[in-house]
Ligand binder design. Structure first.
Ligand code: PAP
Length: 339
């Protein structure tokens, strides 16, 4: 299996191959500094969402060249909303008949190695990667993206490819993002970014893959229009009742748990092996780096609902509360802010 792992952090090393065409495109796009600095990390507003130069080319390659199969499954998420968890869960449910229970691949590979990002990994250095080879181990193909719904390759939208989306209340998402970028800034020796500065950027939607609300609403509306194609999950619901959510996910994926499996505790087993507590202890998640240069360990922190109350000031909470209403009222989408 090609796991695409780097041996050292390259979070902000110079970008080698932003070719002329992309350079020209970049010059036409609004530009701002996001939460992480460094060469290639400035953000550009592309199709309504902020994206770093480094990952714009692979995103365009994915958009342009990818041909979906009806059998494909895609995990789509907004960053820091439960990507790592959903990758582990979807992989474990979808492929449970393809590996022995006592040698679960999650014991040897990270969730991000097992379910690879298209725009940060598969298409990173090659506009036309050999997908037959990359997806040769397990069937059907399973991959991931942070791209907004509107920017997905046409064949994903037009085929029967299934999409599982997860989101999370924006207060916890922001706190998770702030902690995550703090660690990255340490590694790139950037001075720390104050919570105030980060909040200001978050509020304006200026961070990689932002703005949050537009991303979430894009998938929310699409899932309402086509619930058989897009399953819309919330981090807080998984925390509250993982068994029901896993059964629901398995049905959606077309591989419902049999009565026998349920009787033998397969649902609980999957919930357990994919839990934050278990994954944190797996050796492969404690060392090494993702292909983006991010240490594997940085994808695992507290995983709590309501952690925002330990960080946000009353004025931040008030502003965010207002923004949530402004953006989500009339959409039918709501978030639980505490457990
Ligand atoms: P990504 O989008 O950059 O891949 P993502 O996995 O969505 O990151 O976000 C990491 C968050 O999910 C962290 O949340 P926290 O900062 O609030 O703690 C991380 O702890 C949490 N997380 C990672 N794995 C799991 C898991 N197995 N169960 C629950 N939460 C998890």
């Amino acid at each position: 299996m090609d796991t695409a792992t780097n041996s050292k952090a390259e979070i902000a090393s110079p970008i080698k191959d932003v070719d002329d065409e992309i350079q020209q495109l970049l010059q036409t796009l609004p530009k701002e500094e996001g939460l992480i600095s460094g060469s290639g990390m400035s953000l550009y507003l592309y199709q309504g969402f902020w994206r770093s130069a480094r990952y714009l080319k692979p995103a365009i390659s994915f958009q342009t060249h990818f041909q979906a199969f009806d059998s494909d499954v895609m995990v789509a998420t907004f960053p820091k909303c439960g990507t790592t968890w959903l990758k582990a869960l979807t992989f474990s449910i979808l492929y449970r008949s393809q590996f022995a229970r006592d040698v679960h691949p999650l014991l040897n590979f990270t969730p991000h190695q097992l379910v690879r990002f298209m725009e940060f990994d598969v298409y990173l250095n090659n506009p036309c990667p050999d997908l037959d080879n990359i997806f040769c181990v397990y069937k059907p193909r399973l991959f991931a993206t942070h791209l907004p719904h509107a920017s997905l390759p046409t064949s994903i939208k037009n085929s029967k490819c299934k999409i599982v989306y997860i989101c999370r209340n924006p207060m916890d998402m922001f706190v998770s993002l702030w902690n995550f970028t703090g660690k990255l800034r340490d590694k790139t020796q950037d001075p720390p970014l104050s919570l105030d500065e980060a909040f200001d950027k978050f509020y304006r939607g200026v961070y990689s893959a932002g703005p949050f609300f537009e991303h979430v609403l894009g998938y929310w509306k699409a899932s309402q229009e086509n619930p058989n194609k897009i399953l819309f999950l919330k981090y807080e619901d998984l925390k509250e009742d993982i068994s029901s959510q896993l059964k629901h996910l398995a049905i959606f994926l077309g591989v419902p748990f049999t009565e026998d499996e349920q009787k033998h505790g397969v649902v609980e087993e999957i919930a357990n092996i994919c839990s934050l507590k278990e994954l944190k202890e797996v050796e492969v998640n404690k060392k090494g780096f993702h292909v983006t240069g991010i240490p594997h360990t940085d994808f695992f922190r507290k995983g709590e609902v309501g952690d925002w109350s330990n960080y946000l000031t009353p004025s931040m909470v008030e502003r965010l509360d207002k923004l949530i209403h402004e953006k989500l009222d009339n959409s039918g989408l709501t978030f639980k802010l505490s457990s």
